[in-house]
Design a protein around this ligand. Structure first.
Ligand SMILES: [Zn+2]
Length: 546
């Protein structure tokens, strides 16, 4: 097996990609090496922690030709870790043509000893008419099939891993078609092609939508590469959507313009109003802003590139830690806090994950409490999944009396709450259990049927105190929908106990329900009061005829 998945959170994963030059721990980023003018020596890249790099086979072939073939790419670059090579597709995108055929470049990648090769596809250019894009996709698919056939001859031991790029850009129907078709071919790695324009414009939400579209149609066990994404703002979102591999020249390109990458933004060196860059990497510990400014351009460029790589490395470590802890969503919420563009990425992620629910790890084994802190938290896949299951899959028991208890005064897990246990025992002793359905009115998650209250995260979550109004409103909306389901299922009598503030809201919910034989709203302003109401509740139930 080439790719091993060790841990998951959302659609993100920690894995090991095995190449002939060693293992790549994912999520991973390949710093782009410019074979003609590399600003940062490769030894320094290794010292930051990166074990893998990507360079361009097309440029190598044009500038060094057989030399690289003769000594091998690892010796040529003096890099013993995994090397990925791009095939010239980017040059095709930039200059409109390349003077090499797809099979020539593929053969060259095999001959120079690349660990991960990319086929020469046709990247989708932004703003191209749809019919043209479609024809280009067909051509890419033809090249993909032909490449796999040729590799069987040229690389019979399958030493080089091969990447199948999925093109289509923001033409989502074509992108989706392209992903399905590529997914049928047996590539080792799939790549989401050419969102460079979007990334330059910080249009993260479209990038996430593209990844979501592709991810849903590719074999789930295969690693996914996102071309050209190299900013700490986009990395965790892309990982959460299922991307395992990145490549980026950003560290060097930004350095060329004196742009400093930070974990949550980019700043120009000249615009920093402090003596020190807010960073603790070796470069920033050693040099002040002033010192950097007074250096020669090449020296400064090298140091900023080095700093930028350190920041990217740190971001990847944070993402790994978050996946391990199962707190990736919390991290994304933090990250989205200050930036509208990033926030839109979170929204796109929420939609994308909804469609991907089946590849997300089942939370049943998880005991960690989920923190519901904002409206965004309600978009967590676990919550979305619960709501969908509640209304689409869950079948409430038969009966005629629904008892709704206020979640505020109950202990979680609800199945072990003393009051609920006592109530159920008493009802059972009086032979009343079969006509009753107990529902917990959770102040943020809404109605939780007692029968399913142990399913994650219905008992394993935390919410802020006091509970913000918007969270409460959402839960009341869900309660109304659920009571509606119960009435349609034949429930005729409602006993609702609520905390004081929401009595009138609950009343208006009941007024809008279908016909009921009886409804009672009781108010409890403390746990003790709730207890004292229980005997009365049992008496009411006893007198209801079903
Ligand atoms: Zn730094």
């Amino acid at each position: 097996m080439t790719f091993e998945i060790l841990d998951k959170d959302l659609a993100g994963r920690i894995g090991r990609l095995i190449t002939k030059a060693g293992v790549i721990e994912t999520p991973a980023l390949f710093p782009v090496i410019n074979p003609i003018k590399q600003v940062l020596p490769l030894g320094e890249i290794k010292n930051v922690g990166f074990n893998q790099v990507i360079t361009n086979a097309y440029l190598l072939k044009r500038h060094y030709g057989d030399l690289v073939k003769d000594i091998g790419i690892h010796r040529f670059l003096n890099w013993d870790g995994p090397i990925m090579t791009d095939s010239g597709a980017y040059q095709l995108l930039m200059y409109g043509k390349v003077d090499v055929s797809p099979s020539e470049i593929l053969r060259y990648e095999v001959d120079i000893g690349t660990d991960i090769g990319v086929i020469l596809d046709i990247p989708t250019q932004w703003g191209r008419p749809k019919d043209v894009v479609f024809l280009e996709i067909e051509e890419t698919l033809r090249r993909a099939r032909s490449a796999l056939t040729k590799l069987k001859l040229w690389d019979p031991e399958h030493r080089m891993l091969i990447v199948g790029p999925v093109q289509g850009g923001d033409k989502f129907d074509i992108l989706s078609y392209s992903a399905s078709k590529m997914g049928e071919l047996n590539f080792d790695i799939y790549a989401v092609g050419s969102p460079t324009t979007l990334l330059e414009e910080y249009d993260f939400s479209t990038v996430i939508r593209m990844v979501a579209t592709v991810k849903a149609r590719l074999p789930p066990g295969k690693p996914i590469h996102l071309f050209g994404a190299g900013h700490p703002l986009i990395l965790p979102f892309a990982v959460a959507m299922g991307v395992d591999l990145f490549d980026s020249a950003s560290y060097a390109l930004y350095a060329r313009d004196d742009r400093i990458i930070l974990r949550d933004r980019t700043v120009r060196l000249s615009e920093l109003r402090v003596d020190r860059i807010p960073c603790n990497c070796p470069v920033c510990r050693r040099y002040s802003v002033k010192e950097l400014m007074s250096m020669s351009k090449p020296e400064r460029e090298r140091l900023i590139a080095l700093h930028n790589l350190h920041v990217l490395w740190e971001e990847l470590q944070e993402i790994r830690a978050r996946i391990r802890e199962g707190t990736l969503w919390e991290y994304l919420e933090e990250k989205a806090g200050g930036d509208a563009r990033v926030k839109s990425a979170l929204l796109a992620l929420r939609k994308g994950l909804k469609a991907l629910l089946n590849v997300i790890p089942d939370e049943s084994g998880r005991v960690r409490a989920m923190h519901i802190t904002s409206m965004e938290s309600l978009g967590r896949p676990e919550v979305v999944r619960h709501v969908e299951r509640l209304f689409n899959n869950y079948e409430p028991p038969r009966g005629c009396v629904a008892i709704v208890l206020p979640g505020e005064y109950l202990d979680r897990p609800y199945a072990r709450d003393f009051l609920i246990s006592w109530l159920l025992n008493e009802l059972s002793a009086r032979n009343l259990l079969s006509k009753v359905h107990v529902v917990i009115n959770n102040p943020v998650l809404g109605p939780i049927p007692y029968e399913i209250s142990e399913i994650y995260p219905l008992s394993q979550h935390e919410y802020p105190q006091p509970i913000p109004r918007y969270l409460r409103s959402y839960s009341l909306y869900l309660l109304r929908r659920y009571l509606d389901v119960l009435v349609r299922r034949g429930f005729t009598d409602l006993i609702i106990i609520t905390i004081g503030d929401y009595e009138s809201r609950i009343k208006s919910i009941i007024d809008r329900l279908g016909p009921l034989k009886s409804s009672v709203i009781l108010r409890a302003s403390s746990k003790d009061e709730l207890y004292s109401l229980m005997t009365w509740v049992i008496n009411v139930v006893e007198n209801i005829k079903c």
